[in-house]
Design a protein around this ligand. Structure first.
Ligand SMILES: NC(=O)c1ccc[n+]([C@@H]2O[C@H](COP(=O)([O-])OP(=O)(O)OC[C@H]3O[C@@H](n4cnc5c(N)ncnc54)[C@H](O)[C@@H]3O)[C@@H](O)[C@H]2O)c1
Ligand SMILES: O=c1ccn([C@@H]2O[C@H](COP(=O)(O)OP(=O)(O)O[C@H]3O[C@H](CO)[C@@H](O)[C@H](O)[C@H]3O)[C@@H](O)[C@H]2O)c(=O)[nH]1
Length: 339
């Protein structure tokens, strides 16, 4: 490969794999670095996969040199909020320390562009439940803090060097590749849409609603769910923006409106054509009642145009992928029964 190869860390994971698919569809040169702790080799549908760790300084430096990397997209991270509360140092090591090693290698090699997967969790509990990019960053769990610290390192490094960055703060990512080639295969999932779709295909007995006494129209929590295909497209737009000389920027990735837990579950029932077993449980610790993006800046800065701003499309693609996973799980048993 020649110039302009993109290093995608965590490209075998849920979101990274969707971005790799879009990048390679438009014939970008891509090398994925993933240690496969939560990712899957077969989710990497284009480019080259190198199995290794972002904290492996020697490997990262060699890759940047060998592939003449000019852009890094950094997805690799641990992502489970309750786990970060129970084992914070695990999160600071992987999400912060390993990111620092990666940044050091980028600085040494003169990497030009850096796109970073950040999170709405950096805002904590914003006033009125709506966060714009200038809202105070007050994370309420170590996961959010570990990502915010990487934002700061990146900001400071870009002030001290020619590197430019796009920090993308994702709100609630859901859905799967509309072509059905890849999807969210995460094990022991905790995210609402994934959990509800697992329940819909019988992989779980039920889905819980954590809190029915919030000060919202139906009493359940409200989130800004963004389709992973639109989020992946935002990364392509961010890449183009940085390539045409755009200055470093921080952008919310959401649609700017939300759905309640009950609205999500109603949609899963409607798309699946069957009722879910729903249990009402107390609030989950640390959950803000409402978390919605002010999503103006990403449209203005990148010209990003979402194509799937539609809860039904999110649920339809999630459920299709979950049915696919269920078929794979059930295949050996069926073969046995048939034999
Ligand atoms: N899923 C969401 O709703 C959401 C929301 C906000 C932000 N994010 C961020 O998006 C990014 C991707 O999340 P995801 O949902 O795709 O999670 P994921 O677990 O599916 O993907 C993470 C990938 O990184 C790999 N990885 C982890 N540590 C690594 C390391 N040290 N070296 C190499 N590879 C490593 C894993 O094997 C996995 O393939 C993360 O940075 C996460 O913090 C996700
Ligand atoms: O089984 C479940 C799971 C979730 N919820 C509720 O559904 C909403 C969404 O929860 P979830 O899907 O777990 O996402 P969040 O807790 O909002 O956080 C996610 O979205 C953040 C960005 O907003 C990311 O940074 C985090 O990594 C990711 O966990 C919340 O009101 C939860 O209380 C339930 O009622 N039942």
């Amino acid at each position: 490969m020649g110039q302009n190869t993109i290093l995608v860390t965590g490209g075998a994971g849920y979101i990274g794999s969707h971005v790799v698919k879009q990048l390679t569809t438009r014939r970008e040169n891509v090398v994925v670095l993933d240690n496969l702790t939560t990712g899957f080799a077969d989710a990497v549908v284009g480019g080259e996969l190198v199995v290794g760790d972002t904290g492996d300084r020697k490997l990262v430096a060699e890759l940047i040199e060998k592939y003449q990397i000019d852009t890094v997209m950094h997805f690799a991270a641990h992502t489970i909020v309750p786990e970060s509360v129970a084992d914070p140092l695990k999160y600071y090591r992987n999400n912060t320390t390993n990111s620092r090693t990666l940044l050091e290698c980028c600085q040494a090699a003169g990497v030009e562009h850096f796109v970073f997967s950040s999170t709405a969790a950096v805002y904590g509990i914003p006033p009125e439940g709506i966060a714009d990019e200038n809202s105070p960053t007050q994370p309420i769990n170590p996961y959010g803090t570990s990502k915010l610290m990487t934002e700061w390192m990146l900001r400071d490094l870009c002030q001290a060097s020619p590197m430019r960055h796009a920090v993308l703060r994702y709100f609630n990512v859901a859905g799967s590749d509309p072509e059905g080639v890849i999807g969210q295969s995460t094990e022991r999932a905790t995210l609402l849409v994934k959990v509800a779709c697992e329940a819909a295909v019988g992989h779980r007995t039920h889905v819980s609603i954590f809190g029915t006494d919030y000060d919202t129209a139906d009493g359940t929590g409200i989130r800004d769910y963004i389709h992973v295909d639109d989020l992946a497209a935002a990364h392509i737009d961010a890449l183009d923006y940085l390539r045409r000389g755009g200055e470093s920027t921080t952008l919310n990735c959401g649609y700017g409106h939300g759905y309640s837990v009950r609205e999500v579950l109603d949609m899963v029932e409607r798309v699946n054509g069957a009722p879910l077993v729903i249990k009402e449980e107390p609030r989950r610790a640390g959950d803000p009642p409402v978390l919605i993006a002010n999503a103006k800046r990403i449209r203005e800065t990148l010209g990003w145009q979402p194509r799937h701003d539609d809860l039904e499309a999110i649920v339809r693609t999630s459920l299709a992928w979950e049915r696919h996973l269920a078929e794979i799980r059930n295949a050996p048993a069926e073969a046995q029964a048939g034999g």
